[in-house]
Structure formats: structure tokens, C-alpha cells
Design a protein around this ligand. Structure first.
Ligand code: MEV
Length: 294
């Protein structure tokens, strides 16, 4: 059995979503293949892999992950692997897969929202805590509630660029929590990001990439205030703005990837080649995680 698990981007609202503000995410047409292979004992697994295998009552199992996307790129790798292991071992409804995967992620990370695990399970554009779309499910943890809905819309072309350094979700989320607990300043930023998402989803549904791009730029500027961008992310974002409708860091930041909606794709790709960076010429996809026998 092989599970095809999609990477995801957050178009609007990362970090703010941890506190229950709206966010818009989507699966992208980049899938990892995840296999469970019986193996000798004594394998060393990362804690979340260990936990996911434990959920299935499996030991002596090697988890093989085939993807061209580096881990720590903010594109959902850990959620994809957790969900990939679970779905490989058992049959699941999308909702239960999202719930169990989030629980495992939360138990190992101790923080964060269910946005990645839900997006990967549902597929397509997913709105968290907004008013549009068709309701999917709700997940609650420690007094924060996330209501998810599916946004029916055309796929959007994307160029995703790896900044060359990994970002740690745990570190970045913990850093922003300190800001958040200290006072109103961080809350105001979260609020503005929430408003950007609410406006952004409307333009995504209308297919107005100019407006979507402008709001991505605004969202990036808000995230920068938290100190989670890097020099390399800024370089990529400025090239993205030159040849795209908009560009922003996606995921936790502190490294990781930049998402660009291309306007002049050939020129953009040419510049990225000159910079010698890893990029993915891709698009959003309506598909979520699925499995196949091989
Ligand atoms: C990570 O993809 C998105 C963050 O908002 C963290 C989370 O929601 O768990 C940074």
C-alpha cells in the first residue's frame, strides 16, 4: 500500500490561526509517497513517527517517505507523514484522519493549530474560522475552536521557493506566543491578519489574482513584524513581487519557503535559476491525501 500525501501552503493567516483567527490554506500538487515496510527491530524514529506507529500498534516498521520537498520548509511535511502513516495502516474517514493526526502532532509538538492536518485530509482550499464555503468539521483544543470549511474555487498557479534553511514550527510558534501574551500589540497584528484572510478568501473565490496578490504582500508585512522572516526570504519575496501578483512566506517562517503567484512565470523562473535556489513550479490541487495498492 502506498499513501499519496499532499504538501500544503497557507495563503493567508499562519500564526494568527493558532489563536483562532481566520486562515486560508490549500493542498498543492506536490505529493509525498509514504510506505510502511516491515523491518528489523531497533529503528530510530522521530517522536511523531514513533507516536503515529504506536497509534496503529505497529513496531518493527520502517517508514519510507519519497518527496522532493525538504522537511522544515513550512509545507506541512510532519502532518503529511503522520497522516500518511495512519492512512497506510487503516481505513479512515477524512474527518477522523484529521482529528487523529492533529492529536499526534499536538502531543509531540505541544502547540499549534489543526490547520495542516485538516487541509491535508480535506484537500483543496480550506478556510478556518471564516464565513464562506461548505462546512467540513470543527476541532477544539484547550479552549480554542477551529471551524473548517471547504472553498470551492479554481486552482491557482504557484511557484514555491525554498529559502535554503529549515524553519522550526515549534520555535516560531513559541516565540510568537511570548509576544501574544505580553499585550495588545501582537493581538492587533493577529486581528489585521484575520481581516486580510476574510477579504482574501472573497478575491480567491472571484479569481482576482491582483487583489489576492496585494493581500499576500500585506500579510507578509504583518508577519515580518514578528521577526520570522530572513534575509533570503526577503530576497525571494522581492523577486516574487517583481514577477508575480504577490509573494509571502508560508508556514511558520524562520526559514522555510516563499509562495508566489506568478504573473510573468518565465522571467520569474529565469531569476530563480540564476539565484540557484530550489523552486517548485506547481499549483493548488483539489485532491487531499489518498491511498492506492501498488
Ligand atoms: C504552520 O503550517 C502554521 C502555523 O500557523 C502553526 C500552526 O497553525 O500550527 C505557523
Amino acid at each position: 500500500m502506498v499513501v499519496y500525501s499532499p504538501h500544503k501552503i497557507i495563503l493567508f493567516g499562519e500564526h494568527a490561526v493558532v489563536y483562532g483567527y481566520p486562515a486560508l490554506s490549500a493542498t498543492v500538487d506536490l505529493f509525498a509517497k509514504i510506505y510502511l515496510i516491515p523491518s528489523r527491530s531497533g529503528l530510530q524514529h522521530t517522536p511523531f513517527v514513533q507516536k503515529a506507529l504506536g497509534y496503529l500498534g505497529l513496531s518493527n516498521t520502517y517508514v519510507k517517505v519519497e518527496t522532493t520537498v525538504p522537511s522544515g520548509s513550512g509545507l506541512g511535511t510532519s502532518s503529511m507523514i503522520i497522516s500518511g502513516i495512519l492512512l497506510n495502516g487503516r481505513d479512515y474517514s477524512k474527518e477522523n484522519l484529521a482529528r487523529d493526526s492533529f492529536n499526534i502532532e499536538y502531543e509531540t509538538q505541544g502547540l499549534g493549530s489543526p490547520i495542516d492536518t485538516t487541509t491535508i485530509a480535506a484537500g483543496g482550499f480550506v478556510l478556518t474560522n471564516g464565513n464562506e464555503g461548505m462546512p467540513l468539521w470543527s476541532i477544539e483544543k484547550n479552549g480554542t475552536k477551529w471551524n473548517f470549511s471547504s472553498i470551492p474555487t479554481k486552482n491557482i498557479d504557484l511557484v514555491i521557493v525554498y529559502s535554503g534553511s529549515k524553519g522550526s514550527t515549534k520555535e516560531q510558534v513559541a516565540k510568537i506566543r511570548k509576544f501574544y501574551e505580553r499585550g495588545k500589540y501582537a493581538k492587533d497584528i493577529m486581528e489585521r491578519i484575520g481581516n486580510i484572510t476574510e477579504e482574501g478568501v472573497k478575491w480567491v473565490m472571484k479569481g482576482d489574482l491582483v487583489k489576492v496578490g496585494e493581500l499576500m504582500d500585506e500579510n507578509h508585512s504583518e508577519l515580518k513584524i514578528f521577526g520570522i522572516s530572513t534575509d533570503q526570504i526577503e530576497k525571494i519575496v522581492s523577486i516574487g513581487r517583481e514577477y508575480g501578483y504577490g509573494a509571502k512566506l508560508t508556514g511558520a517562517g524562520g526559514g522555510g519557503a516563499v509562495v508566489i503567484i506568478p504573473r510573468e512565470k518565465e522571467k520569474l523562473v529565469q531569476r530563480l535559476k540564476e539565484m540557484n535556489v530550489l523552486y517548485f513550479d506547481t499549483s493548488t490541487t483539489g485532491a487531499g491525501i489518498f491511498k492506492r495498492s501498488e
